[in-house]
Ligand binder design. Sequence first.
Ligand code: MAN
Length: 445
Amino acid sequence: MMNGVEKWKCLNSDIYIDFDQINDDICDCPDGSDEPGTHACPIEGLTFHCANKGHFSEDIPRFMVGDGVCDYDVCCDGSDEHMSGKCLDKCKEVHQQYLEFKKEIVEDIQKASKVQKELIDRAKEVKNVIRTKLDGFILEKQKTMDKIPLLERQLKAASKRGADDLVFGKISSFTTSISAKITDLINFNNENTQKIQRLESILTDLITNYNPNFNDAAVKSAVNNYQNYLSNKQEKTFEHNLEEEIEKLNEHSKSLKLTGTTPTLSNMIHHYVEGIFRFFSEDEIVPTSSSETLEAEIQDAKTKLTKLESDIKDYKGDLTRNYGPNDILRAVAGSWINSRNGEYEYRVGLLDSVYQDNNHLGLFKDFDSSTNSLMYVNGHRCWNGPKRSAIVKLICGSESKILQVSEPEKCEYHIDLSTPLGCQELTEEQIRKKFKVDMNLLSQM
Ligand code: MAN
């Protein structure tokens, strides 16, 4: 009250103004508090309050007030243009649009959450398979690690015994010499057989052609004896495969180890003393295979170990990788979503690769929870530029489809993918933020 007249006091100063100076489009208070409904006071940070009865109230920037535009998306009651009275209150209609939008979005989320539950179950199974495989690899690695030193000790023992311990090493020179002598003997026998045949043929000629009228006692005696010889002669042939037998003996001796030595006194002492040491030694190793076999087994075990170590590293890495909430992305590995966008055909392989026609845009690297996006890197190199890469943003939708593709930087692709994977429960506040008023549906002003 000033001089008996009711006045209005500026909020942050002692200036008093008349009530009709409020919102009269003239800035009277330095803090702008007399013009909350106009943009007469260009003071940053001050907003205009739209009550939006029947919908949600909003504080809007002052520059939107009195600019001749009905900002129904934020100020559905039209109070931003109250000076001109140009904008009617449309809050009822706007709120109806909002309710329909909310219903649709909630239904989508409910549908998606059903799909998600199934995917999460599948993802758990996939993860369990990986865990089981990893456990198997770890066990196998331990077994292989234990096996290698045993094989190495066997190999050492086998090499110590060496080739000298093989029967073959001891007898091969003798068997070779016997084999040569037998061959000589066979040849000698063959020659003698031929000589006998020759003599028999001479005598056969004699007994056939002699003249019995010549009373030659020596001839008669020879003829009689030879005839006796022929009637008592037994036909025998000497069947043998001695060369083959010798060869078999050689082969067999290659796999035999010497178990005994000539029982001289010194050999016997050596044998028993060694036996006593062996009895007390835990390290006694009896090789079960030849050195060559053991070497091959060690090599195989080492190769297996390297492979197991790399598998374990990969599987452990996989288990710690970000596959989204509840590991859900594991369940969709290998799914592809294709779509033509502009001049190119885009193919998005979840947890795999992204292609633009035949251009490789990147290999899946990681999931970025903060942007709900799959990150793909290391694609084909861009001409005179970096390697191609892609960010696939998951957007809530009941169907899986590519919504849009853009290339904000050369060879860096942004793909919006609608999928149930992108859905999550939303608060009223989040739904409101997503809501856009469809001006075309509002009744004519
Ligand atoms: C191709 C496409 C484009 C890209 C150019 C770069 O035409 O991959 O997206 O921008 O190569 O040279």
